[in-house]
Design a protein around this ligand. Structure first.
Ligand SMILES: N[C@H](CCC[C@H](N)C(=O)O)C(=O)O
Length: 275
């Protein structure tokens, strides 16, 4: 079976062209190939296949085999794959996902896609995160008790669930200790992706992420979008921000006039392989 290893800012997945391959048990397969010692090594698995409603279809599975409804870094790499490997010559395509059809704009240089802008659609936020204005020196957010300490979070869905938490120092934060407790908290029956963010100014956020089903990753596209939407809702940033993650930078713009979030960033191919 042929596969391609790709990443978006270090958020790496194994990509399989399901126009040519068949994966009978994708959840088990995702767990096996994601193992960084006994498998290929990745944050999960992305299947690219035909769609009756869009140009292509994307399915995504976390490293623990759980299915995710959307993957921002992954869908940019899908755009790169289908163009670079000749499945399309269009630079405006649509990709069907479990959280709806996403339009992509492919930025090409020397016949290869270097970056992609994804229309991620409308953000959704739970009742606890009704749009609220920050009061002076105070952000009103939903309290949640984690390991005996009360945190405040803003819950945002980008087709997959995210909890956005603001911290003093992102790079020094105990993400691997706090992340899994958030992920498994009874408040989140489907588990949660959690972003630990620091707002630098009204157009710049720093962020690390603990991903549901995978753990800390170098980047999370849907997480960056959730952090941007949360920061606008909490009146901490303007509608367009640069999000700095471990693996690099994404541009996120929430166009509230049309209520759509646009994410732009790179997509990279590492190697082709055969299992
Ligand atoms: N890394 C992905 C998100 C995966 C989300 C997955 N962990 C889940 O929702 O279960 C991204 O770039 O958006």
């Amino acid at each position: 079976m042929e596969f391609t290893k790709m990443h978006g800012l270090g958020n790496d997945y194994v990509y399989v062209n399901c126009f040519r391959e068949t994966i009978d048990f994708p959840s088990e397969f995702a767990k096996r190939i994601s193992d960084r010692h006994f498998g290929i090594g990745s944050d999960g698995l992305v299947l690219i296949g035909p769609s009756s409603a869009a140009d292509f279809k994307m399915e995504m599975y976390n490293a623990d085999g759980s299915a995710a409804k959307m993957c921002g870094n992954g869908i940019r790499c899908v755009g790169k794959y289908v163009y670079d490997y000749g499945l399309t010559d269009k630079t405006e395509i649509t990709v069907e996902t479990e959280s709806g059809i996403k339009p992509l704009c492919l930025y090409v240089r020397n016949q290869k896609v270097e970056a992609v802008c994804v229309d991620m659609g409308a953000p959704r936020y739970n009742a606890h995160s009704i749009p609220i204005l920050s009061e002076k020196d105070m952000i009103i957010q939903e309290p949640i008790e984690i390991s005996g300490k009360v945190y405040r979070m803003t819950g945002i869905s980008m087709g997959n669930p995210h909890a956005v938490v603001y911290v003093e120092d992102v790079w020094d934060y105990p993400v691997k200790a706090i992340g899994p407790v958030f992920e498994m908290h009874p408040r989140f029956p489907e588990r949660i992706n959690v972003e630990f963010c620091k707002v630098i100014d009204r157009s710049h956020i720093e962020m690390r992420v603990w991903e549901r089903g995978t753990g800390e990753t170098c980047a999370c596209g849907t997480g960056a979008c959730a952090a941007a939407v949360s920061s606008v809702l909490n009146d901490l940033t303007d509608e367009e921000v640069t999000v700095t993650l471990l693996g690099g930078e994404l541009n996120v713009r929430w166009d509230r006039a049309v209520n759509r979030v646009y994410m732009t960033g790179p997509a990279a191919r590492v190697f082709d392989g055969v299992l």
